[in-house]
Design a protein around this ligand. Structure first.
Ligand code: CA
Ligand code: CA
Length: 252
């Protein structure tokens, strides 16, 4: 391959570094007190936030009905100027095809004593939840993810053996104390869902969340020069428009 001219190479590197910089500052939001309406025997909801990529949350034999998990954040989360949250949801059991069928994410700022009692079954998942309107979604292994009118995400198409689904959302909330994951039924899913296994089950082996401050266009201009003002404006546009879904991501 012919080497790039030095000037072009410099320009490319500058732009790359500047755009990547915000995610380099991404902070992990540590989750705790995993709680669920129901956990299958041997598959407690706490398996979603442990260090074991094979353990996870499943709901057999209570498929065909909605199931909810709630988690506390270990520390209050959210930047004053707005935040971008990235959720990574892994279904990594090699024997499985137990991907998520339909789910929805929410946030709360309620006191941690008011929700998430840590019970894997019949736990307290009730709080003042604010449903997240996702900005993007992607499947590492080719599932089609489609946003629904209620802001849930419905998977269809390829059902890979394992997958990692990554979704992002913008929020102006600060003091975020908890996260809710609703697993929702849908007529298009096997057994009505909420998972994509033959019997409607799923196994969520990992849930992680990271956060970055939403940068202002002026910040980009100062850091990276005028060429990136457009990028900053795009970010701002995403934040202000709020109610739109920007990326349909089958296998991207
Ligand atoms: Ca796990
Ligand atoms: Ca609690």
């Amino acid at each position: 391959m012919k080497p790039l001219p030095a000037t072009l190479l410099t320009a490319t590197l500058t732009a790359t570094v500047a755009i990547v910089a915000p995610s380099a500052q991404a902070a992990v939001i540590v989750l705790q007190s995993a709680t669920a309406t129901y956990s299958q025997s041997g598959f407690p909801v706490g398996g979603t936030i442990d260090a074991d990529s094979n353990s996870g949350w499943a709901v057999d034999p209570n498929q065909g009905q909605d199931q909810t998990a709630a988690f506390e954040t270990q520390a209050d989360a959210g930047f004053a100027g707005g935040s971008e949250l990235t959720f990574t949801l892994g279904t990594h059991r090699a024997d499985s095809f137990h991907n998520l069928g339909r789910f929805r994410l929410s946030l709360t700022t309620d006191d941690r004593s008011a929700f998430a009692d840590g019970l894997a079954t019949s736990g307290d998942v009730t709080a003042n939840w604010i449903v997240l309107d996702l900005a993007s979604a992607s499947s590492a292994n080719g599932q089609t993810l489609t946003e629904q009118p209620d802001f849930s995400l419905l998977a269809s198409g390829t059902n890979p053996g394992i997958d990692t689904v990554t979704v992002t959302a913008l929020t102006s909330l600060t003091g975020i104390t908890g996260i809710r994951l609703e697993m929702l039924t849908d007529a298009s899913l096997p057994g009505g869902g909420p998972g994509r296994a033959f019997n409607g089950n799923f196994v969520l082996t990992g849930l992680s969340v990271s956060i970055t401050a939403v940068p202002e266009p002026a910040h980009y201009a100062a850091v990276a020069g005028l060429a990136l003002v457009g990028f900053g404006a795009w970010r701002r546009c995403r934040r202000l428009s709020g109610g739109r879904f920007f990326v349909f991501a089958a296998g991207r």
